[in-house]
Design a protein around this ligand. Structure first.
Ligand SMILES: C[S@@+](CC[C@H](N)C(=O)[O-])C[C@H]1O[C@@H](n2cnc3c(N)ncnc32)[C@H](O)[C@@H]1O
Length: 539
């Protein structure tokens, strides 16, 4: 029987994010080396206080494609130990696929392409999340409905939590042809719905303002609650006499919400309100002092969390001399997202950083954050300068005053390396970048080894397995020298561009259980990949 399935042209292929001038998406078969490639990384800057001992555990701003960054976080050992299964919350505000040309990025993706683009990334996001983590996906009507189905596909329908509706417009657009659209959507999915719990929100003056104290009750302001319920209740039908002798019974079809004895007890304790003249229908008082924090609701109004106009103002205040970034989100919106989905110290990730609102708010509210943005220009112009201002205490806008932010902590910038593969008429070859000194690092990342630059001829470690990479041919002599560098019980994976006769037998003889791999041919064969995935799963 065919099962219900979301499918689209190209779902079985891999989408390479285009880097050429034409801006056209490039599809390749799943076996293409680039479809599983793990890129190299380089730390290119540090701002404020960072951790000198382990740069991988700092707040991180990556410059690169979200897919590469998610893979790096999941697979490169130095990152993996901090991020795989450890991210508490992911918020993404990906390209909306609205068909509009934005000034700072091309919203070029057609629907099917967009689905593939998101599909690849959501799978990786799921792996990064903690068991009690959640993903929040911000979209508008162009793709929200597709995204719901896609999220069902990747996370499972039972993982759907709710859809938040954000009032992004605070005034109508009279030029709209049909309707002036007021809202965006944020779909919330839990990694494991049995384990995810939202944080309640602190009470605000506005939420407290509906409580009053017309009878000067010493317990303070209260709200009148309905004494009747629609649900039949066996002890819910009785007559009750009010203070003036008037008899009350539930209206037809309704029942008392509480039993007679309980109503009497509350009445004697002054917890029932009979109206200003003591002869009205009773109400059960709910005291402000006794209600807890607020359960999150799904309609988020611009008066509470800001609108597009708010975020444009925030950008203008940060960068008065620059043309505005196209699609920033208000800090108060992200503050609510982050407060519900994480606690101070948790890791929050946004792999479509844009102007960096998620990182900005995560920073100001004491979360750890990781963000990535593909456009270097956006990072140089908006994201990094904004975060630097926050670290230096030079950003008085957004939620700064609300949370009492005055600067501090820091972050690092990480550049994602270029692909180590190039297509040529002769097949897939290693790129100049990979052969130009970065080869061993690229191979270590590819095969899931922790890179060790100063241990030549060995350059990586994975448990009792060592890695040796030769930018040339591997013969018997090389094998002997490499095995000589091993300590007792260690085995080695030797990667070379060429494997000479007799090398494999020699390796088997000297260090049984070791492996010889030819680059690039064997690097991404399905068995090499399978073994890498197995190792990753086991760790
Ligand atoms: C809607 S904007 C995000 C705006 C952000 N929430 C803010 O408050 O500024 C989407 C961003 O994703 C970036 N982007 C698009 N494709 C990407 C990719 N493959 N990897 C990383 N970033 C990407 C765009 O350059 C753009 O800056």
């Amino acid at each position: 029987m065919t099962r219900l399935e979301l499918t689209w042209p190209g779902k079985d292929q891999f989408l390479l994010v285009p880097r050429d001038e034409t801006g056209k998406p490039v599809w390749v078969p799943r076996e293409h080396p680039a479809a599983a490639e793990v890129r190299t990384t380089e730390f290119v800057g540090e701002f404020g206080e960072v951790n000198p001992a382990d740069p991988h555990s700092d707040n991180l701003l990556f410059v690169g494609d979200s897919l590469d960054v998610l893979r790096i976080l999941l697979e490169v050992p130095e990152f993996r130990r901090h991020y795989r299964g450890r991210v508490k919350q992911v918020y993404i505000d990906p390209p909306f696929n609205t068909g509009q040309a934005f000034a700072h990025y091309d919203d070029w993706l057609e629907h099917a392409t967009w689905l593939s683009f998101m599909h690849e990334r959501l799978h990786l996001i799921r792996e990064l999340l903690r068991p009690d983590g959640s993903v929040w996906v911000h979209l508008d009507d162009a793709e929200h409905h597709h995204m719901r189905v896609l999220l069902d596909d990747v996370f499972g329908r039972a993982s759907f939590v709710d859809t938040v509706v954000w009032q992004k417009a605070d005034s109508p657009r009279n030029s709209a042809r049909w309707f002036s659209t007021d809202q965006d959507y944020i779909s919330v999915y839990a990694k494991d719905p049995a384990r995810w719990l939202p944080n309640r929100l602190g009470r605000t003056d506005k939420s407290n303002a509906i409580y009053s104290n017309p009878d000067n009750d010493p317990r303070g302001p209260w709200l009148a609650g309905d004494p009747y319920a629609n649900k039949p209740y066996s002890r819910g039908l009785y007559e009750y006499e009010g203070p003036t002798g008037r008899i009350f019974t539930p209206p037809p079809g309704k029942f008392w919400r509480i039993a007679e004895a309980k109503l009497r007890e509350l009445d004697e304790d002054g917890r029932i309100w009979w109206g200003p003249n003591s002869d009205a229908r009773p109400s059960i008082k709910r005291y402000l002092s006794e209600v807890g924090d607020l359960v999150p609701r799904t309609m988020w109004f611009s008066a509470d969390v800001g609108s597009n106009r708010t975020s444009n103002r925030e950008m203008k205040a940060l960068f008065p001399d620059l043309p505005a970034f196209s699609t920033p989100k208000p800090e108060r919106l992200l503050e609510r997202v982050i407060r519900i989905g994480s606690s101070p110290g948790d890791i929050v990730l946004d792999c479509f950083a844009g102007s960096g609102t998620t990182a900005a708010v995560a920073h100001k509210t004491g979360r750890r954050w990781v963000s990535s943005e593909i456009l270097e220009d956006t990072v140089d112009t908006f994201t990094r300068p904004r975060l630097e201002k926050i670290v230096n205490g030079d950003d008085p806008g957004g939620i700064t005053a609300d949370v009492g932010w005055s600067g501090g902590r820091g972050f690092r910038c990480v550049q994602v390396g270029p692909s180590m593969y190039v297509d040529s008429p002769y097949g897939v070859l290693l790129s100049d970048d990979a052969t130009n000194g970065l080869f061993s690092r690229a191979v270590a990342g590819q095969l899931g080894y922790e890179f060790q630059p100063f241990a030549a001829p060995l350059c990586g470690v994975r448990g009792r397995m060592r890695l040796a990479v030769l930018d040339g041919a591997v013969g018997r002599e090389e094998v002997q020298a490499i095995v000589g560098a091993l300590t007792d019980g260690e085995r080695v994976e030797i990667v070379g561009r060429n494997v000479l006769d007799g090398a494999a037998q020699m390796l088997d003889h000297l260090a049984r259980g070791s492996r010889l791999t030819k680059a690039p041919r064997d690097l991404l064969t399905s068995s090499t990949l399978r073994s890498r995935r197995r190792v990753l799963r086991e760790q």
